[in-house]
Ligand binder design. Sequence first.
Ligand code: GLC
Ligand code: CA
Length: 553
Amino acid sequence: MGKQNDGKWWKRAVIYQIYPRSFADSNGDGIGDLQGIISKLDYLERLGIDAIWLSPVCRSPQDDNGYDISDYQDIDPMFGTLEDMEQLIAEAGRRQIRIILDLVLNHSSDEHRWFREAKKGRENPYHDYYVWRDGVEGQLPNDMRAAFGGPAWEWVPELGQYYFHQFSVKQPDLNWENPRLRREIYDMINWWTGKGVGGFRLDVIDQIAKDPDRKITGNGPRLHEFIRELSAETFQKADLVTVGEAWGATTELAKLYSNPDNSELSMVFQFEHICLDQVAGGEKWDLAPLPFRRLKEVFARWQVELHNKGWNSLFWNNHDLPRIVSRWGNDGEYRVKSAKMLAMLLHGMQGTPYIYQGEELGMTNVAFGIEEYRDIETRNLYRERLEKGYGEAEILASIHARSRDNARTPMQWDAGEHAGFTEGTPWIKVNPNYRQIHAAGQMEDPDSVFGCYRQLIRLRKEYGVFTDGDFQMLLPEDEAIFAYTRTNEDSQLLVVCNFYGRTVEDPLVEMEDSADLLLTNAENGGERQLLEPYEARMYLKTGGMLSQKEKHL
Ligand code: GLC
Ligand code: CA
C-alpha cells in the first residue's frame, strides 16, 4: 500500500452530489424530495458511487434554495420529514452508500429562532450570535457589498443597529467569536452524526471568521483555530468525510485544511481552475476564453503540492456552476465524446472525485429568457447590470454561460413529459433537450456518457494507482493535449486527452505502445498516430512493463 492508501474510505470513494429540489419529485408538487431520492438509489448503485452529498434539506424559507436554514435539526416539509431522512440513510446504507449533509454554518436564515430572539434586544442572549454594528439609518458602517448584490449591512430600526450579511438580507452572518454559538453548532452536528450520516460538506467555511471592521470575509485570522475546534468537537469522533467549500484556498492553505493529521477537514473544494475563464479582476459574469496552458499548470500544481501532504477534491461541476460539457467541452456535435474526455481527464487524477447530478449523462446548459430563471443571484445580477447600463443581450449572454440555474434544471430521467422528473409542473423548466439526453437511454449502454463514468468508478476501485500514484504532467506547453502519468510502486497510469475539436498528432504513441489500453472514448479504436477531436485514452503499465526509472521506490 502506498502512503496515501492509509485506510481512509473517502480516499478511494467517488461522491455524487444531489441538488434535492431538482433530482426526483415523488408527490407531484414539482419539487424534488427525499422519497424521490430513495426511489433512485438503484440508479446510483448501478453507477457505483460511494456517497451522496445532499445540498441542504433542512427547514428553510428557501430564499437561497435552502442555503438559508431556519432549523438545523428538522427537514423542510417540501422535502419530507425526519423519518424520510432516516429511511434514506438506512436504504442508502444497505447499498454501501453514505449520506453527506450540507452544513451551512456561516449564516442562518433570518427566520431562525436565534435571529428572531436576537432582534428582540441587545440584552437578549442570542443577540451576540450575529454580527451587529451601531449606526444611524442610512449611514452604513462601511461600503462592504453582499455576494448577491446590494450592501452587506441591513438596518434593524427596533435595535438601532445594522446586521452583517455576506449573502442575501435573509442570510444574516453568524458570529463565530461567540463560544455559546459554537457549542450549539457542535451539538447539532453530533446529533446528525448520531443519526448515521457519513459526513458533511461545509458551505463557505473559509468565510466564518469574518472581521467586517477590517473588511475581512475570507481567511480571517481565527479561521483555522475555529475549524480545529469544530473538528475536535465533532468530526474526529467518527469516521466521517468532511469537505469545506473554500473559494480563497491556495495550495498552502489547502495543506492546512486537509492535513493528514486529521486536525481540520478531509479536503476542500478549491476553485482556482474554475475561475480561469473570466476577465482578470472581474466577476464570473465577465467572460474570457479559457487559457488552456494555465489550466494545466493549475491542475499540476495542486496535484503535486498536495501529494502526501493533503488531499484534493476533483470536480468540474456543482449546483453553483455551469455544465462542464457546455463550458469547456462541446455540447453540439461532440457532446458525448467531449463529456467523456472531460470525465477521463479528471478521474485519472489524485483526490476524491465528485460527480454532480446529470454530469454523468452529459447534461448541458440552458438558454432561457430572464423570466424562467429562479436563482436569486441571477435575478439580482440581471437587475443590477441593467441599472448600470449594460445591454440586455450582453447580460443574457453572461447568464446563459454562467447562471447557477444551468445546473439546477430538473434531472433528465427519461423522454416522457418533464423528463420523468415530476408528474406536476416543475419548479424550474426542464432543459428542452431532454428527449435526446436522459438516464433511461444511457443506463444500459456501455458507450454512453453514463457508461464511461461507471467504468471510471470501477477502475478507481480496481487499481490502487488511482488513489496513491504520484502525478506528472506531460507536454505542459502543448496547446491541445492534456496528458499526465500517475505512478506508484507497481504500476503507471497514462492519460492522454485532446482537449479540443481539431485533430492533432499524438506525440506519445511510443509510450502508449508499451502499455495496456484501459479505456478510450474513440468510437472504433481511432487512428493510432492521431488524436481525433476530444479523443481521450487511458493506459496502464504494470509490473514487468515498467522500466527501473519509471518505478517510484
Ligand atoms: C455556497 C453555496 C451557494 C450558496 C452560498 C451561500 O457558495 O454553494 O449555493 O448560495 O454558499 O450559502
Ligand atoms: Ca415533491
